[in-house]
Structures are given as structure tokens and as C-alpha cells.
Design a protein around this ligand. Structure first.
Ligand SMILES: Cc1ncc(COP(=O)(O)O)c(C=O)c1O
Length: 474
């Protein structure tokens, strides 16, 4: 009998192969437990507002006015909204043809692309062309569009850091390419070793894989490291030498917690290196409103900037972008993210207070978590220099590994499931991000509210130390 197009056995095998660990087995078990009344602490996804973070007021005031422009005719509008939010809403609405309910231009509203270009110019001290900036429904959409444009088949390889954010493994599977892992060095605070990279490329080539692009996540997810300028230079030289497109995932650029480790963009380092390299390396950089102190994950706003991409390729990417236009609300949030209230404006003080409070608290939470993990038996954890995650190594005793095998589970999944059942803390096992053989981790966000942090870490320690005792003494 012939199968129908959506019968399971006739589906695209790439879809079946695709996995997404952050919403995998642990998450589904957590939802089940939650339905049965257990209190669950969801630390599996970098979703700040789901864990109580308040949106930045100015952003929501502008969005509210753009969504409901009739409010601007209300005599009380000046009581409810500050004048700069009203002016900003008018500014964005004037860029649209018919407000938020109308389709926007391919690549996004030109006025907002211009604001992004100005932000990049100011951030990096180098030119940025709005025509080479596309607004997207979150960074994920942009990453997927670019990977789809690059990957022609299984023999096309993409270098991805391991541990990695599963968007990359999922999208590469979906488009039928090959993920070429390069391992980050845990003992060097998840630094990157060029020798390692060369080895990964040589190994992939020996298997007939044509390595075409390299992904960096800076600051890192799940590993939390910020790449230094010298490291970025080495990466760019490597990409130049090996003819690789560099995909710079920079969605955590505002989430940096150590002054001596600031965020530096790949675009800046590339430009500063000067010609010929600054004119040769093909770079696509991504940013998002989901992270930073904005945390607007549900609104789906992001952008990518293309550097040294040939005009004909830009035309092809334009075509892909035109298939799914990005949403207006997300675009306006991108505008606000890159052009927040200025010192002379009414909303500035409040904006500064709110954003500093969020970043200051994230910094403290990162410290509480790292210290908490490092106080546990058989757990070691690097400090979170940036991003929103902690990625401790869990040194599972051989007897725990055997017990996991008997239960038919990957050892870190076994540990994380028991942690969830015992404490309600929902994490993601390190195997979902990739790790060296025989080494186990878990990933948690640093997002639970500051006042709950000590309690969560105490509960983790109690579970962990009992678990270790049980399996070490067994
Ligand atoms: C490294 C990294 N890139 C991209 C994304 C996706 O962000 P967005 O919500 O903008 O699609 C995430 C989300 O957690 C991320 O951690």
C-alpha cells in the first residue's frame, strides 16, 4: 500500500533525526510532575521573564502604544506614558505602512536596520551598512536561514563548539549537513585551542567532509566564557586560512559579568585586523532581544549583519528572508534594544535603574551558583563570565554509571532525572550539548530569582551529596 506524505514512515529522515535537548526528556518529565502538583524550578531554558524577570518598562510602553495607536488620541495618554515613549512609538509607526498589522519590508523596516547599523558603528568604531543587516524573528531564524543557505548536503561540514547550543546541531541535522565538533577546553575555562580546531578539520576532511563554516558562541552557551581579542584574532586567521565562513552568535553580548573579560565583537576584531584579512573573511553576526537585560524571548526579535558576503549571495539571502517576513513587534524591540533612552531623555533614569538592577543581580546569581556547585561533592564548575548558564562537571562514581546503564539511561540523564524527582530542579543533561566521552555535566540557567538562589543551591547540594554517598559507598 502506498504511504501518504505525512505518514511517519514516509517523513523526511532529517526531521526524524533532529533533536532538541533543552526541551527533551527532562523537560517533559518536569511538566508531568508539575501537572501532579510538584513545584518545579525550570532552569532548562534561558527564558528570563518565565522566571520572574520584569520587562524593561520603556520597551513595553513603546510596544503598547504601537499595538494600540488609538491610545495616543486619549486625553490621558500623557499621564499614562512618558513623552519620549510616545515620541518613540510615533517614530516607529511612521516607518510602517499601516502600523503593526501590515507586512513589513523584506529584511525588516529600513529605519530600524539603520538604527542597528548606527549601534554597531558606535559599539565597534567601524562602518556598518544597513543594507547588510536583516531583522529576524529571534536570532534562531537568522541562524537557520544562513545554515540553510550554506549546507548543500551531507558532505558539507559546519564546525560547532562542543559543548554547543542545540540550535546548531538541530538545524544542521534538519538541513542534512554534518556537524564537525571542536572541543572547548574545560580546564582553560572553556577556552578554544587552535590546534584542536586544526585537528577537527583534518579529521573531517579525511572522512570526505568539506568544512565550510565555523560557529562561535560568544559569550558561550552553555559554557559562559567570553572570548578574548587575541582568541578572536586567531579564529579569524584560521577562518581566512581555511576559507571558512564565520558565524558569530553574539546574543549574550550584554550579559558579561567580569570587567576584565568584556565582550568584543568578531566584526570589530576583523575590521581592526585591517586588509587583506578584513576584506576576506566572510562573517555573519547574530544578536537578539531574547537575552541581555531585555529578556524578550516571546516577542521574537533579532538581527544578523553580513560582512564580506558577495552581493549575489546577499540577493539569495534576501529571497530566503522574503519567504517569511519578520514580525513588526520584534523589529521594534530590536530598534529599542540598539537605541535605548539617552541621558537627556525622561525615561533614561528608569531605564538605567532597571537594566543595571538586572545585570547586577545576574552577576551575583552567577557567583552564588558557581560557589554553590564548587561546594558539592564531586562537582567542579568554572565561573560564568558571561551569558546565563552554569555548566558544572558532575564526576559520577562508576557505580552510578553502571546503575544508569541498567536503567537504560545516559549517566547524566539518570543523574538529572533523579535531581528533578528529588528537588523539582529541571536542568539539561550535558549530553544534550555534547561533551567528551566519560565526562558528565549538567546545564542550569542562572535565572531563578536572587532571593531563591541560596535555597536552590542548598537543595541541589543536599541531593548531590546524598547521591554521591549512595553510589560511592554502594
Ligand atoms: C547561543 C544562542 N543562540 C541563539 C539563541 C536563540 O535566541 P532567539 O530567542 O533570539 O531565537 C539562543 C537562545 O537561548 C542561544 O542561547
Amino acid at each position: 500500500m502506498s504511504t501518504k506524505g505525512l505518514d511517519y514512515e514516509s517523513l523526511n529522515e532529517n526531521v526524524k533525526k533532529t533533536q532538541y535537548a533543552v526541551r527533551g526528556e527532562l523537560y517533559h518529565r518536569a511538566l508531568e510532575l508539575q501537572m501532579h502538583g510538584k513545584e518545579i524550578i525550570l532552569t532548562n531554558v534561558g527564558n528570563p521573564q518565565a522566571l520572574g524577570q520584569k520587562p524593561i518598562t520603556f520597551a513595553r510602553q513603546v510596544i503598547a502604544l504601537c499595538q494600540a495607536p488609538f491610545l495616543m488620541d486619549d486625553p490621558n495618554v500623557g499621564v499614562l506614558f512618558p513623552a519620549d515613549a510616545i515620541a518613540r512609538a510615533k517614530h516607529y509607526l511612521s516607518m510602517t505602512s499601516g502600523g503593526l498589522g501590515s507586512y513589513s519590508n523584506v529584511g525588516g523596516l529600513p529605519g530600524i536596520r539603520q538604527e542597528v547599523a548606527e549601534f554597531i558603528k558606535k559599539r565597534d568604531g567601524c562602518p556598518s551598512d544597513p543594507e547588510l543587516i536583516y531583522l529576524t524573528d529571534g536570532a534562531s531564524k537568522g541562524v537557520m536561514q544562513i545554515l540553510q543557505t550554506i549546507i548543500r548536503g551531507q558532505s558539507d561540514g559546519i564546525l560547532v563548539p562542543v559543548p554547543q547550543y542545540p540550535l546548531y546541531s538541530a538545524a544542521i541535522s534538519l538541513y542534512g549537513g554534518s556537524l564537525v565538533p571542536y572541543y572547548l577546553e574545560e580546564t582553560a575555562n572553556w577556552g578554544l585551542d587552535i590546534e584542536n580546531l586544526l585537528q577537527s578539520v583534518a579529521e573531517a576532511r579525511s572522512k570526505g567532509i568539506n568544512v565550510r563554516a565555523m560557529v562561535i558562541i560568544n559569550p558561550g552557551n552553555p559554557t559562559g566564557q567570553c572570548l578574548s581579542e587575541s582568541c578572536l584574532k586567531e579564529i579569524l586567521q584560521f577562518c581566512n586560512q581555511e576559507n571558512l565562513v564565520l558565524l558569530g552568535d553574539e546574543v549574550y553580548q550584554q550579559n558579561v559579568y567580569q570587567e576584565e573579560r568584556p565582550f568584543i565583537s568578531a566584526k570589530k576584531v576583523l575590521t581592526d585586523m585591517g586588509p587583506p584579512i578584513s576584506k576576506q573573511v566572510q562573517l555573519v553576526s547574530f544578536n537578539s532581544v531574547s537575552k541581555g537585560f531585555w529578556g524578550e524571548c516571546g516577542q521574537r526579535g533579532g538581527y544578523f549583519e553580513m560582512t564580506n558576503i558577495p552581493p549575489q549571495t546577499v540577493d539569495e539571502i534576501y529571497k530566503i528572508a522574503s519567504i517569511s517576513l519578520s514580525n513588526g513587534c520584534g523589529q521594534i524591540l530590536v530598534g529599542i534594544m540598539v537605541n535605548p533612552p539617552k541621558p537627556a531623555e525622561i525615561s533614561y533614569d528608569r531605564f538605567l535603574r532597571e537594566s543595571n538592577a538586572i545585570l547586577g543581580s545576574l552577576r551575583k546569581r552567577a557567583q552564588i551558583m558557581t560557589n554553590g556547585f564548587n561546594s558539592c561533592r564531586n562537582v567542579v564548575c568554572n565561573f560564568t563570565e558571561g551569558a546565563m548558564y552554569s555548566f558544572p562537571q558532575i564526576r559520577l562514581p562508576p557505580k552510578a554509571v553502571e546503575a544508569a546503564k541498567r536503567a537504560g539511561k545516559i549517566p547524566d540523564v539518570f543523574y538529572c532525572l533523579q535531581l528533578l524527582e528529588a528537588t523539582g530542579i529541571c536542568t539539561v543533561p550535558g549530553s544534550g550539548f555534547g561533551q567528551k566521552d566519560g565526562v558528565f555535566h549538567l546545564r542550569t540557567t542562572i535565572l531563578p530569582a536572587e532571593e531563591h538562589m541560596h535555597g536552590i543551591m542548598a537543595s541541589f547540594k543536599k541531593f548531590n551529596d546524598q547521591f554521591m554517598e549512595q553510589y560511592e559507598d554502594a
